[in-house]
Design a protein around this ligand. Structure first.
Ligand code: AMP
Ligand code: MG
Length: 462
Protein backbone atom coordinates (compact mmCIF):
# COMPACT_ATOMS: atom_id res chain seq x y z
CA UNK A 1 0.00 0.00 0.00
CA UNK A 2 2.66 2.47 1.14
CA UNK A 3 6.45 2.23 0.96
CA UNK A 4 7.33 3.16 4.49
CA UNK A 5 10.71 4.11 5.89
CA UNK A 6 10.30 5.22 9.48
CA UNK A 7 13.09 7.61 10.38
CA UNK A 8 11.21 9.20 13.29
CA UNK A 9 10.66 5.78 14.85
CA UNK A 10 14.44 5.30 14.77
CA UNK A 11 14.90 8.29 17.06
CA UNK A 12 15.19 7.50 20.80
CA UNK A 13 12.15 6.08 22.61
CA UNK A 14 11.56 9.27 24.54
CA UNK A 15 10.58 11.09 21.33
CA UNK A 16 7.27 9.24 21.11
CA UNK A 17 5.09 6.42 22.34
CA UNK A 18 5.07 3.45 19.99
CA UNK A 19 1.47 2.34 19.76
CA UNK A 20 -1.26 1.38 17.33
CA UNK A 21 -4.48 3.32 16.72
CA UNK A 22 -7.54 2.13 18.66
CA UNK A 23 -9.86 0.13 16.38
CA UNK A 24 -13.31 1.46 15.59
CA UNK A 25 -16.71 -0.22 15.00
CA UNK A 26 -17.42 0.21 11.33
CA UNK A 27 -14.94 1.97 9.02
CA UNK A 28 -16.55 3.64 6.01
CA UNK A 29 -14.56 5.63 3.49
CA UNK A 30 -16.16 9.02 2.79
CA UNK A 31 -13.56 10.33 0.36
CA UNK A 32 -10.21 9.36 -1.03
CA UNK A 33 -8.00 12.04 -2.54
CA UNK A 34 -7.11 10.46 -5.88
CA UNK A 35 -4.93 13.37 -6.97
CA UNK A 36 -2.84 13.16 -3.81
CA UNK A 37 -2.64 9.37 -4.05
CA UNK A 38 -1.26 9.82 -7.56
CA UNK A 39 1.27 12.41 -6.38
CA UNK A 40 2.38 9.96 -3.71
CA UNK A 41 2.71 7.21 -6.27
CA UNK A 42 0.31 4.91 -4.44
CA UNK A 43 -2.34 2.77 -6.05
CA UNK A 44 -5.68 4.56 -5.58
CA UNK A 45 -7.59 1.32 -6.20
CA UNK A 46 -5.77 -0.30 -3.31
CA UNK A 47 -6.42 2.70 -1.11
CA UNK A 48 -10.09 2.68 -1.95
CA UNK A 49 -10.27 -0.69 -0.20
CA UNK A 50 -8.30 0.75 2.68
CA UNK A 51 -11.04 2.03 5.00
CA UNK A 52 -9.82 -0.36 7.70
CA UNK A 53 -6.31 1.12 7.39
CA UNK A 54 -7.53 4.72 7.38
CA UNK A 55 -9.72 4.04 10.42
CA UNK A 56 -6.83 2.45 12.29
CA UNK A 57 -8.24 -1.10 12.33
CA UNK A 58 -5.45 -2.59 10.25
CA UNK A 59 -1.78 -1.64 10.33
CA UNK A 60 -0.36 -1.64 6.81
CA UNK A 61 2.89 -3.45 6.03
CA UNK A 62 6.00 -1.54 6.96
CA UNK A 63 4.26 0.90 9.31
CA UNK A 64 5.74 1.75 12.70
CA UNK A 65 2.81 3.49 14.39
CA UNK A 66 3.56 6.01 17.11
CA UNK A 67 2.26 9.09 18.91
CA UNK A 68 4.73 11.99 18.89
CA UNK A 69 5.72 13.96 21.96
CA UNK A 70 5.78 17.76 21.87
CA UNK A 71 5.05 20.78 24.03
CA UNK A 72 4.08 24.32 23.18
CA UNK A 73 3.00 27.82 24.00
CA UNK A 74 -0.77 28.02 23.65
CA UNK A 75 -2.04 31.62 23.46
CA UNK A 76 1.27 32.64 24.98
CA UNK A 77 1.02 30.29 27.97
CA UNK A 78 3.46 27.42 28.36
CA UNK A 79 2.13 23.83 28.22
CA UNK A 80 5.03 21.55 29.19
CA UNK A 81 3.48 18.48 27.63
CA UNK A 82 1.14 18.20 24.68
CA UNK A 83 1.87 15.52 22.08
CA UNK A 84 -0.37 13.61 19.71
CA UNK A 85 -3.43 13.25 21.89
CA UNK A 86 -5.60 12.04 19.07
CA UNK A 87 -3.27 11.16 16.26
CA UNK A 88 -0.99 8.31 15.29
CA UNK A 89 1.82 8.58 12.78
CA UNK A 90 1.56 5.40 10.71
CA UNK A 91 4.87 5.89 8.97
CA UNK A 92 6.83 7.87 6.40
CA UNK A 93 5.95 7.02 2.84
CA UNK A 94 8.98 7.45 0.59
CA UNK A 95 8.89 7.63 -3.20
CA UNK A 96 11.51 9.05 -5.52
CA UNK A 97 13.36 10.71 -2.67
CA UNK A 98 10.26 12.44 -1.33
CA UNK A 99 9.10 11.62 2.19
CA UNK A 100 5.55 12.03 3.48
CA UNK A 101 4.30 11.46 7.02
CA UNK A 102 1.05 9.50 6.89
CA UNK A 103 -0.87 10.26 10.04
CA UNK A 104 -4.30 9.24 11.30
CA UNK A 105 -6.02 12.06 13.18
CA UNK A 106 -8.92 11.06 15.43
CA UNK A 107 -7.46 7.60 15.95
CA UNK A 108 -8.08 7.12 19.67
CA UNK A 109 -6.51 8.02 23.00
CA UNK A 110 -2.76 8.10 23.61
CA UNK A 111 -0.66 8.86 26.69
CA UNK A 112 -0.85 12.52 25.54
CA UNK A 113 -4.65 12.77 25.44
CA UNK A 114 -4.95 14.52 28.80
CA UNK A 115 -8.73 15.04 29.22
CA UNK A 116 -9.58 14.35 25.57
CA UNK A 117 -11.16 11.25 24.07
CA UNK A 118 -8.61 10.93 21.28
CA UNK A 119 -11.32 11.15 18.68
CA UNK A 120 -12.51 13.63 16.07
CA UNK A 121 -16.04 14.49 15.03
CA UNK A 122 -16.93 14.34 11.35
CA UNK A 123 -17.40 18.12 11.05
CA UNK A 124 -13.85 19.21 11.91
CA UNK A 125 -12.46 16.38 9.78
CA UNK A 126 -14.41 17.53 6.72
CA UNK A 127 -13.34 21.08 7.51
CA UNK A 128 -9.66 20.19 7.53
CA UNK A 129 -10.05 18.23 4.30
CA UNK A 130 -11.76 21.14 2.52
CA UNK A 131 -9.45 23.85 3.82
CA UNK A 132 -6.13 22.07 3.51
CA UNK A 133 -6.83 20.90 -0.03
CA UNK A 134 -8.05 24.39 -0.97
CA UNK A 135 -4.85 25.84 0.49
CA UNK A 136 -2.79 23.47 -1.62
CA UNK A 137 -4.71 24.42 -4.77
CA UNK A 138 -4.05 28.06 -3.91
CA UNK A 139 -0.34 27.28 -4.02
CA UNK A 140 0.35 27.62 -0.30
CA UNK A 141 2.49 25.02 1.54
CA UNK A 142 0.24 22.88 3.70
CA UNK A 143 -0.36 19.48 5.17
CA UNK A 144 -2.63 17.49 2.86
CA UNK A 145 -5.69 15.33 3.33
CA UNK A 146 -5.62 11.85 1.80
CA UNK A 147 -8.86 10.40 3.14
CA UNK A 148 -11.84 10.85 5.42
CA UNK A 149 -13.22 7.74 7.09
CA UNK A 150 -16.28 7.41 9.29
CA UNK A 151 -15.66 5.25 12.35
CA UNK A 152 -19.21 4.09 13.02
CA UNK A 153 -18.77 5.33 16.59
CA UNK A 154 -20.29 8.39 18.20
CA UNK A 155 -18.23 11.09 19.88
CA UNK A 156 -19.62 13.45 22.47
CA UNK A 157 -19.06 17.12 21.88
CA UNK A 158 -20.41 20.29 23.44
CA UNK A 159 -22.99 20.51 20.64
CA UNK A 160 -24.12 16.95 21.34
CA UNK A 161 -23.31 13.48 20.01
CA UNK A 162 -21.61 13.48 16.63
CA UNK A 163 -20.45 10.78 14.21
CA UNK A 164 -16.75 10.08 14.67
CA UNK A 165 -14.31 10.25 11.78
CA UNK A 166 -10.60 9.93 11.07
CA UNK A 167 -8.61 12.21 8.78
CA UNK A 168 -5.63 10.71 7.02
CA UNK A 169 -3.22 13.60 7.05
CA UNK A 170 -0.11 13.75 4.90
CA UNK A 171 2.73 16.12 5.73
CA UNK A 172 6.38 16.77 4.97
CA UNK A 173 6.76 16.03 8.67
CA UNK A 174 4.94 16.75 11.91
CA UNK A 175 7.97 18.34 13.59
CA UNK A 176 6.85 21.52 15.28
CA UNK A 177 8.49 24.38 17.15
CA UNK A 178 6.98 22.63 20.18
CA UNK A 179 8.92 19.45 19.41
CA UNK A 180 12.16 21.35 20.05
CA UNK A 181 10.63 23.09 23.03
CA UNK A 182 9.77 19.91 24.89
CA UNK A 183 13.38 18.69 24.92
CA UNK A 184 14.74 22.13 25.72
CA UNK A 185 12.40 22.37 28.70
CA UNK A 186 13.59 18.95 29.88
CA UNK A 187 17.20 20.06 29.45
CA UNK A 188 17.70 17.00 27.24
CA UNK A 189 20.53 18.30 25.10
CA UNK A 190 21.18 14.95 23.52
CA UNK A 191 17.58 14.71 22.29
CA UNK A 192 17.73 18.30 21.03
CA UNK A 193 20.81 17.53 19.01
CA UNK A 194 19.28 14.41 17.49
CA UNK A 195 16.11 16.31 16.64
CA UNK A 196 18.17 19.06 15.07
CA UNK A 197 20.05 16.58 12.88
CA UNK A 198 16.81 14.85 11.95
CA UNK A 199 15.06 18.12 11.05
CA UNK A 200 18.03 19.37 9.02
CA UNK A 201 18.28 16.10 7.09
CA UNK A 202 14.57 16.24 6.32
CA UNK A 203 13.90 19.89 5.67
CA UNK A 204 17.06 21.88 5.31
CA UNK A 205 19.93 19.69 4.09
CA UNK A 206 22.00 22.79 3.30
CA UNK A 207 21.54 24.36 6.72
CA UNK A 208 24.50 24.41 9.05
CA UNK A 209 23.82 23.74 12.71
CA UNK A 210 21.12 25.25 14.91
CA UNK A 211 21.55 28.78 13.56
CA UNK A 212 21.27 27.44 10.03
CA UNK A 213 18.03 25.65 10.85
CA UNK A 214 16.67 28.76 12.56
CA UNK A 215 17.38 30.85 9.47
CA UNK A 216 15.78 28.21 7.27
CA UNK A 217 12.59 28.03 9.34
CA UNK A 218 12.41 31.82 9.51
CA UNK A 219 12.52 32.06 5.72
CA UNK A 220 9.92 29.32 5.29
CA UNK A 221 7.57 30.89 7.83
CA UNK A 222 7.97 34.41 6.43
CA UNK A 223 7.01 33.04 3.05
CA UNK A 224 4.10 31.05 4.44
CA UNK A 225 2.56 33.78 6.56
CA UNK A 226 2.86 36.36 3.75
CA UNK A 227 0.92 33.97 1.53
CA UNK A 228 -1.80 33.51 4.17
CA UNK A 229 -2.05 37.28 4.49
CA UNK A 230 -2.43 37.67 0.75
CA UNK A 231 -5.46 35.39 0.81
CA UNK A 232 -7.09 37.00 3.84
CA UNK A 233 -6.47 33.78 5.74
CA UNK A 234 -6.58 33.73 9.53
CA UNK A 235 -4.98 30.64 11.05
CA UNK A 236 -6.60 31.21 14.41
CA UNK A 237 -4.36 29.04 16.63
CA UNK A 238 -0.77 30.00 15.90
CA UNK A 239 0.46 28.24 19.00
CA UNK A 240 4.04 26.99 18.87
CA UNK A 241 2.78 23.41 18.64
CA UNK A 242 0.91 24.43 15.50
CA UNK A 243 3.94 25.87 13.70
CA UNK A 244 5.88 23.42 11.58
CA UNK A 245 9.59 23.30 10.90
CA UNK A 246 8.78 22.36 7.28
CA UNK A 247 6.94 25.65 6.66
CA UNK A 248 3.67 23.90 5.91
CA UNK A 249 0.37 25.19 7.25
CA UNK A 250 -0.83 22.83 9.97
CA UNK A 251 -3.90 22.62 12.19
CA UNK A 252 -7.09 23.73 10.49
CA UNK A 253 -9.01 24.28 13.71
CA UNK A 254 -10.74 27.62 14.01
CA UNK A 255 -9.15 29.07 10.87
CA UNK A 256 -11.08 31.03 8.26
CA UNK A 257 -10.67 33.03 5.08
CA UNK A 258 -11.96 36.54 5.62
CA UNK A 259 -14.82 37.75 3.50
CA UNK A 260 -15.46 41.38 4.52
CA UNK A 261 -11.93 42.61 5.11
CA UNK A 262 -10.82 44.06 8.40
CA UNK A 263 -7.21 43.83 9.60
CA UNK A 264 -8.26 43.09 13.19
CA UNK A 265 -10.60 40.27 12.16
CA UNK A 266 -10.74 37.21 14.44
CA UNK A 267 -12.95 34.15 14.05
CA UNK A 268 -11.87 31.75 16.77
CA UNK A 269 -14.33 31.61 19.64
CA UNK A 270 -11.48 31.05 22.08
CA UNK A 271 -9.29 33.93 20.86
CA UNK A 272 -10.97 36.49 23.08
CA UNK A 273 -7.98 38.86 23.10
CA UNK A 274 -7.53 38.84 19.33
CA UNK A 275 -3.99 37.49 19.74
CA UNK A 276 -4.19 35.69 16.41
CA UNK A 277 -6.06 38.40 14.45
CA UNK A 278 -5.20 38.63 10.74
CA UNK A 279 -2.86 41.61 11.13
CA UNK A 280 -1.00 40.09 14.09
CA UNK A 281 0.11 36.95 12.27
CA UNK A 282 3.56 38.15 11.14
CA UNK A 283 4.39 39.33 14.68
CA UNK A 284 3.15 36.07 16.14
CA UNK A 285 5.28 34.13 13.66
CA UNK A 286 8.30 36.04 14.95
CA UNK A 287 7.27 35.40 18.56
CA UNK A 288 7.07 31.69 17.81
CA UNK A 289 10.42 31.75 16.01
CA UNK A 290 11.93 33.37 19.09
CA UNK A 291 10.69 30.36 21.06
CA UNK A 292 12.39 28.09 18.52
CA UNK A 293 15.61 30.07 18.89
CA UNK A 294 15.36 29.81 22.67
CA UNK A 295 14.90 26.06 22.45
CA UNK A 296 17.94 25.75 20.18
CA UNK A 297 20.19 27.93 22.38
CA UNK A 298 21.80 25.04 24.28
CA UNK A 299 23.16 23.80 20.92
CA UNK A 300 24.54 27.19 19.92
CA UNK A 301 27.69 27.24 22.01
CA UNK A 302 28.65 29.70 24.75
CA UNK A 303 25.40 31.22 25.95
CA UNK A 304 26.10 34.94 25.87
CA UNK A 305 27.44 34.96 22.34
CA UNK A 306 24.67 32.60 21.24
CA UNK A 307 21.95 34.87 22.60
CA UNK A 308 23.52 37.82 20.84
CA UNK A 309 23.75 36.04 17.52
CA UNK A 310 20.27 34.49 17.73
CA UNK A 311 18.79 37.89 18.54
CA UNK A 312 20.51 39.38 15.53
CA UNK A 313 19.24 36.58 13.31
CA UNK A 314 15.70 36.99 14.64
CA UNK A 315 15.90 40.73 14.02
CA UNK A 316 16.21 39.83 10.36
CA UNK A 317 12.67 38.45 10.29
CA UNK A 318 11.01 41.80 9.69
CA UNK A 319 12.99 42.33 6.50
CA UNK A 320 12.44 38.75 5.38
CA UNK A 321 8.73 39.14 5.91
CA UNK A 322 8.59 42.58 4.33
CA UNK A 323 10.21 41.19 1.18
CA UNK A 324 7.74 38.28 1.01
CA UNK A 325 4.80 40.57 1.62
CA UNK A 326 6.05 42.99 -1.02
CA UNK A 327 6.00 40.12 -3.53
CA UNK A 328 2.50 39.11 -2.49
CA UNK A 329 0.84 42.51 -2.44
CA UNK A 330 2.65 43.68 -5.59
CA UNK A 331 1.33 40.64 -7.45
CA UNK A 332 -2.16 41.24 -6.07
CA UNK A 333 -2.34 44.74 -7.51
CA UNK A 334 -0.10 43.98 -10.48
CA UNK A 335 2.12 46.92 -9.61
CA UNK A 336 5.38 46.84 -7.65
CA UNK A 337 4.25 49.41 -5.12
CA UNK A 338 3.65 48.16 -1.58
CA UNK A 339 2.27 51.48 -0.39
CA UNK A 340 -0.31 51.51 -3.14
CA UNK A 341 -1.36 48.03 -2.08
CA UNK A 342 -1.59 48.98 1.58
CA UNK A 343 -3.65 52.00 0.68
CA UNK A 344 -6.13 49.76 -1.11
CA UNK A 345 -6.40 47.48 1.92
CA UNK A 346 -7.03 50.50 4.09
CA UNK A 347 -9.81 51.69 1.82
CA UNK A 348 -11.28 48.19 1.71
CA UNK A 349 -11.31 48.02 5.50
CA UNK A 350 -13.45 51.19 5.70
CA UNK A 351 -16.37 49.38 4.13
CA UNK A 352 -15.22 45.84 4.89
CA UNK A 353 -15.14 45.06 1.18
CA UNK A 354 -14.98 41.38 0.24
CA UNK A 355 -11.28 40.46 0.29
CA UNK A 356 -11.30 37.88 -2.50
CA UNK A 357 -13.81 39.49 -4.79
CA UNK A 358 -12.33 42.98 -4.62
CA UNK A 359 -8.91 41.81 -5.83
CA UNK A 360 -10.50 39.49 -8.36
CA UNK A 361 -12.70 42.27 -9.74
CA UNK A 362 -9.63 44.47 -10.26
CA UNK A 363 -8.02 41.50 -12.04
CA UNK A 364 -10.85 40.67 -14.42
CA UNK A 365 -12.36 44.15 -14.93
CA UNK A 366 -9.59 46.65 -14.17
CA UNK A 367 -11.44 49.61 -15.63
CA UNK A 368 -14.33 49.23 -13.22
CA UNK A 369 -14.26 50.08 -9.53
CA UNK A 370 -15.20 46.90 -7.61
CA UNK A 371 -18.69 46.59 -6.17
CA UNK A 372 -19.05 47.99 -2.68
CA UNK A 373 -16.33 50.58 -3.24
CA UNK A 374 -17.89 52.60 -6.04
CA UNK A 375 -19.21 55.24 -3.65
CA UNK A 376 -15.92 55.61 -1.83
CA UNK A 377 -14.18 58.87 -2.81
CA UNK A 378 -10.74 57.55 -1.76
CA UNK A 379 -11.30 54.54 -4.00
CA UNK A 380 -11.94 56.64 -7.07
CA UNK A 381 -8.69 58.48 -6.52
CA UNK A 382 -6.81 55.27 -5.79
CA UNK A 383 -8.24 53.59 -8.86
CA UNK A 384 -7.10 56.39 -11.17
CA UNK A 385 -3.55 56.26 -9.79
CA UNK A 386 -3.52 52.47 -9.98
CA UNK A 387 -4.62 52.44 -13.64
CA UNK A 388 -1.99 55.04 -14.41
CA UNK A 389 0.63 52.63 -13.01
CA UNK A 390 -0.35 50.12 -15.74
CA UNK A 391 -1.11 47.02 -13.64
CA UNK A 392 0.00 43.67 -15.05
CA UNK A 393 -3.20 41.62 -15.39
CA UNK A 394 -1.26 38.42 -16.07
CA UNK A 395 0.54 38.67 -12.75
CA UNK A 396 -2.71 39.50 -10.96
CA UNK A 397 -4.32 36.37 -12.42
CA UNK A 398 -1.82 34.24 -10.52
CA UNK A 399 -2.30 36.06 -7.21
CA UNK A 400 -6.04 36.70 -6.93
CA UNK A 401 -8.20 33.59 -6.82
CA UNK A 402 -11.81 33.59 -8.00
CA UNK A 403 -12.85 31.33 -5.14
CA UNK A 404 -11.77 30.52 -1.63
CA UNK A 405 -13.53 28.23 0.85
CA UNK A 406 -16.16 30.63 2.10
CA UNK A 407 -17.19 29.90 5.66
CA UNK A 408 -20.88 29.44 4.98
CA UNK A 409 -20.09 26.97 2.19
CA UNK A 410 -17.81 25.01 4.50
CA UNK A 411 -20.52 25.03 7.14
CA UNK A 412 -23.12 23.92 4.61
CA UNK A 413 -20.94 20.98 3.54
CA UNK A 414 -20.40 19.96 7.15
CA UNK A 415 -24.07 20.14 8.09
CA UNK A 416 -25.08 18.11 5.03
CA UNK A 417 -22.37 15.58 5.96
CA UNK A 418 -23.84 15.24 9.42
CA UNK A 419 -27.18 14.51 7.75
CA UNK A 420 -25.50 11.76 5.69
CA UNK A 421 -25.33 13.74 2.44
CA UNK A 422 -21.76 14.19 1.22
CA UNK A 423 -22.67 15.71 -2.14
CA UNK A 424 -22.14 19.35 -1.01
CA UNK A 425 -18.78 18.38 0.53
CA UNK A 426 -17.68 16.66 -2.70
CA UNK A 427 -18.84 19.53 -4.86
CA UNK A 428 -17.08 22.11 -2.69
CA UNK A 429 -13.78 20.21 -2.67
CA UNK A 430 -14.07 19.75 -6.42
CA UNK A 431 -14.62 23.40 -7.32
CA UNK A 432 -11.86 24.48 -4.94
CA UNK A 433 -9.34 22.43 -6.90
CA UNK A 434 -9.33 25.14 -9.56
CA UNK A 435 -9.53 28.46 -7.75
CA UNK A 436 -8.02 30.50 -10.58
CA UNK A 437 -10.84 30.61 -13.09
CA UNK A 438 -14.43 31.76 -13.17
CA UNK A 439 -16.48 28.80 -14.35
CA UNK A 440 -20.21 28.14 -14.47
CA UNK A 441 -19.49 25.38 -11.97
CA UNK A 442 -18.00 27.67 -9.36
CA UNK A 443 -20.29 30.68 -9.88
CA UNK A 444 -22.39 29.90 -6.81
CA UNK A 445 -19.25 29.54 -4.70
CA UNK A 446 -17.96 33.00 -5.55
CA UNK A 447 -20.77 34.88 -3.85
CA UNK A 448 -20.11 36.28 -0.38
CA UNK A 449 -22.34 35.14 2.44
CA UNK A 450 -25.61 36.99 2.90
CA UNK A 451 -26.05 38.43 6.40
CA UNK A 452 -28.13 35.35 7.29
CA UNK A 453 -25.44 32.97 6.01
CA UNK A 454 -22.48 34.78 7.53
CA UNK A 455 -20.31 32.73 9.87
CA UNK A 456 -18.68 35.00 12.43
CA UNK A 457 -17.32 32.43 14.85
CA UNK A 458 -15.32 29.27 14.37
CA UNK A 459 -14.51 26.53 16.85
CA UNK A 460 -11.56 24.27 17.49
CA UNK A 461 -13.80 21.25 17.27
CA UNK A 462 -11.71 19.10 19.59
P1 AMP B 1 -4.91 21.44 18.83
O1 AMP B 1 -5.83 22.41 19.45
O2 AMP B 1 -5.58 20.57 17.80
O3 AMP B 1 -3.65 22.04 18.35
O4 AMP B 1 -4.51 20.41 19.98
C1 AMP B 1 -3.79 20.78 21.12
C2 AMP B 1 -3.50 19.55 21.94
O5 AMP B 1 -4.71 18.96 22.38
C3 AMP B 1 -2.77 18.46 21.18
O6 AMP B 1 -1.90 17.82 22.10
C4 AMP B 1 -3.88 17.53 20.77
O7 AMP B 1 -3.43 16.22 20.55
C5 AMP B 1 -4.79 17.60 21.97
N1 AMP B 1 -6.17 17.26 21.63
C6 AMP B 1 -7.03 17.99 20.90
N2 AMP B 1 -8.22 17.36 20.78
C7 AMP B 1 -8.12 16.19 21.45
C8 AMP B 1 -9.00 15.10 21.71
N3 AMP B 1 -10.25 15.04 21.24
N4 AMP B 1 -8.51 14.07 22.45
C9 AMP B 1 -7.26 14.08 22.92
N5 AMP B 1 -6.39 15.08 22.73
C10 AMP B 1 -6.80 16.12 22.00
MG1 MG C 1 -2.49 21.26 16.93
Amino acid sequence: MFTFDNSYARLPDRFYTAMAPTPVSDPQLVILNDALAAEMGVDAALLRDGADVFAGNRIPDGAAPLAQLYAGHQFGGWSPQLGDGRAILLGEHVVAGQRWDVQLKGSGPTPYSRMGDGRAALGPVLREYILSEAMHALGVPTTRALAVTLTGDTVLRQEGPRPGAVLTRVAASHIRVGTFQVFAAREDEDALRQLLDHAIARHAPDAEGPMGLLRHVMAAQARLVARWMGLGFIHGVMNTDNMTISGETIDYGPCAFQEGYHPARVFSSIDTQGRYAWQNQPDIALWNLAQLATALLPLMGPREAAVEEATEVLDGFRDLYAAEWADVISAKIGVGDVRLGMELLDIMSEVEADFTNTFRALTTAPDTIPAGLADNPRMKDWHARWLAAAPDAGVMQTANPAIIPRNHRVEEAIQAGYAGDFAPFRKLTEVLQDPWHETTDNAAYRAPATPEQAVTRTFCGT
